[in-house]
Design a protein around this ligand. Sequence first.
Ligand code: G3P
Ligand code: MG
Length: 240
Amino acid sequence: MASALPERIIAHRGGARYAPENSLAAFRMAAGQGVGWVETDVSLLGDGTPVLFHDADFQRLAGVAGQVRSANWETVRQLDIGGGWGDGFRNTPIPHLDAALTEITRLGIGLNLELKVHFDEQAALVEAVLGALDRQAFNPAHLLISSFDPESLRRIRDRRPALALSYLCQGIPHDWRGIAERLDLVGFNADYRHVDPASIGRLADAGLQAYVYTPNRADVVAPLWPAGLAGVITDDVYAF
Ligand code: G3P
Ligand code: MG
């Protein structure tokens, strides 16, 4: 089993409380705040380009219409996701995965890379991500790949047996032990609102890492730490 272990605090979308989500500016902010790991979402554009982007369309973050699945990089690279953030983040671009990996490496932090599946693009997404990781010779000890989509995780596992994988879920699935064995997981990343100390404890007792997303106050996860919670994926790293 792979054994990359992130720290107790992972900055969600790079730390979405303090900078435009999934931007290089957010990663730099998180590193400056002393955070050791960031979580970010990778999506595949229609032309096959892997970019850091959460949504299936550009309206919320860039203020323009258009679907990720039908977009091309030449257009997307000109969008601004810093518009709502004031002068300090004006002209914040959507990063190409290559640029993100370069910056993460330069900053010396770890990466929880979440594979976002918006349509039926798992095979192309996985190949694009592995290609980017290879181009950068990205350090596998600084990488945790996660997804809500088991097919994407299975494809990564088939291609790269040593990479650390975590299954994203709301509550811990009933068949967590079988899923963990089949995908050779290091753990599960669950919604903090759908777990309790007992479910976290079962994972910890089985040697699996349990992370929760996206608590932004310490008190809402306090009972989970004694049960063996490995860490939190949070927008607000100062809350912990
Ligand atoms: O990886 C944890 C969290 O990011 C999953 O939800 O929608 O914020 O990507 P979402
Ligand atoms: Mg995410």
